[in-house]
Design a protein around this ligand. Structure first.
Ligand code: TRP
Length: 76
């Protein structure tokens, strides 16, 4: 299986509020949180889907840019 990562694996998350959480979920049988990163307003995280990360959950108000386009998550 191809293990190399491409630029398509990247997602950009820009926090539009303080306390945005970017959560990585594990790949494989068992889907659980393995990492949580807290971003304050204006901070940017550039993340990849990897061998260990199959899904990314974003909580809080942010702008998310991926190869599929741009989407905004809402705050509570
Ligand atoms: N160690 C994790 C990994 O290689 C780091 C990581 C990659 C991550 N993408 C992420 C953590 C997205 C949170 C969200 O998979």
């Amino acid at each position: 299986m191809e293990k190399r990562l491409s630029s398509n694996d990247y997602v950009i998350i820009k926090a539009l509020d303080d306390g945005v959480n970017v959560i990585g979920l594990t790949r494989g049988q068992d889907t659980r949180f393995h990492h949580s990163e807290k971003l304050d307003k204006g901070e940017v995280m550039i993340a990849q889907f990897t061998e260990h990360t199959s899904a990314i959950k974003v909580r809080g108000k942010s702008q998310i840019i991926s190869p599929f386009g741009e989407v905004f998550s809402d705050g509570k």
